[in-house]
Write a new protein. Structure first.
Length: 162
């Protein structure tokens, strides 16, 4: 039993003994009153094991079988799919082998087997920095000078740097 489950059992037991109320138990466990009532019912029916999660130690329902994982690894290392990246390999598996898996699953299986990627990623290209847009004060000054013909005094406090 984990510390969290033990804590739940102790708090609900204190509620059953009448030392605290149900709402206090809910607050201590950061659960709703309804959830604490469900815990209390399971503890009264099953004892200490009522707190333990029923799926503990079981394999998830959506997990891949070990046979499928092995088949994917064998196909990945075969001559037929030798030069495929993860995305292309997942598409080919679905098309020709009837194995529907995502590219991220193929990548996880490949990394678990310590198989490197077919090609390293290219480094990002260096781009030239763009010229910044003119400041609004400068834009207003140039528009006023060239379009309207106003003469504006160049005051750095008002217009900033030019």
């Amino acid at each position: 039993m984990s510390k969290k489950e033990l804590m739940r059992y102790k708090v609900v037991s204190r509620w059953i003994d009448g030392l605290i109320t149900g709402s206090e138990a809910a607050e201590l466990l950061n659960l709703s009153y309804r959830q604490v009532c469900r815990l209390k019912k399971r503890i009264l029916e099953e004892g200490e094991t009522g707190v333990i999660h029923k799926n503990k130690g079981r394999k998830p329902a959506h997990a891949l079988d070990d046979e499928v994982r092995q088949r994917i690894l064998e196909l990945h290392q075969s001559e037929r799919y030798k030069n495929c990246n993860d995305v292309h390999f997942a598409e080919l598996l679905a098309k020709y082998e009837g194995i529907e898996v995502s590219p991220s699953t193929v990548r996880r299986i490949r990394l678990a087997a310590r198989i490197k990627a077919k090609r390293k990623r290219r480094p990002a290209k260096a781009h030239r920095p763009r010229k910044g847009n003119p400041r609004p004060a400068c834009w207003f000054r140039w528009m006023a000078v060239f379009i309207v013909g106003w003469r504006i005094r160049q005051n750095p406090c008002v217009f900033g740097r030019y």
